[in-house]
Design a protein around this ligand. Structure first.
Ligand SMILES: [Zn+2]
Length: 160
C-alpha cells in the first residue's frame, strides 16, 4: 500500500460525511462518540461512514469495541479499503488530541478528526471540527476542506 505524500496536509471530506460525524458526536453527548470513515486504499478520500460503539461509554475517554474493530478491519481488507478518517469527540474540552489520544494513535496514514461538542451539547450550537496527522507521537493540524462531491477533486491534488 503506497499512500500519496502530501506536501500540504489537508483532509478533503464530503459534506454528507462531515454532517454524519457531527450528528454522531451530538447524539452521544455527553459521552464521547467515535468511529471510522473508510476509503479506497491510496485514495485519501473518506467514503464509507462507520460509526462505532464507544466501549468505554465515557465522557472523557473512548475505546473501540475490539470485536467491532476486528470485524471492520476484515471488511476493509476484503474491500481494499483503509481507515482514511479516525474520529472521536470531546465533550468538555477543545478539539485537540489528548496525550492518551496521541499514545493510542496507531494509523500514521489516517486523518485523526476531533469534534468538540463542549459549546453545544446535543443542541444546535456550533461544534469544533479539526483534523490532525499523528505520526510517532507528533501532532500536526491540517486544513479541513469540505466539498459537495469528490468528482471534482483531482487525485493527489495536494502534491501539485
Ligand atoms: Zn480524545
Amino acid at each position: 500500500m503506497v499512500r500519496p505524500v502530501s506536501l500540504i496536509h489537508v483532509l478533503t471530506i464530503d459534506s454528507a460525511t462531515y454532517d454524519a460525524i457531527v450528528a454522531h458526536a451530538r447524539r452521544d453527548h455527553p459521552d464521547e462518540a467515535c468511529g471510522v470513515v473508510a476509503g479506497a486504499e491510496g485514495s485519501d478520500l473518506p467514503t464509507r461512514f462507520v460509526p462505532m460503539v464507544n466501549a468505554a461509554m465515557s465522557p472523557t475517554f473512548y475505546e473501540f469495541d475490539s470485536t467491532d474493530l476486528l470485524r471492520l478491519y476484515r471488511e476493509m481488507d476484503d474491500n481494499d479499503e483503509e481507515p482514511v478518517v479516525v474520529y472521536h469527540s470531546h465533550t468538555a474540552t477543545e478539539a485537540y488530541p489528548s496525550r492518551t489520544d496521541v499514545n493510542l494513535a496507531g494509523e500514521p496514514g489516517a486523518h485523526y478528526v476531533l469534534v468538540s461538542t463542549r459549546e453545544c451539547g446535543n443542541g444546535e450550537g456550533p461544534v469544533e471540527f479539526r483534523s490532525y496527522r499523528i505520526v510517532d507521537g507528533e501532532v500536526t493540524e491540517e486544513e479541513v476542506r469540505v466539498v459537495e462531491r469528490y468528482d471534482d477533486v483531482p487525485t493527489n491534488a495536494q502534491e501539485v
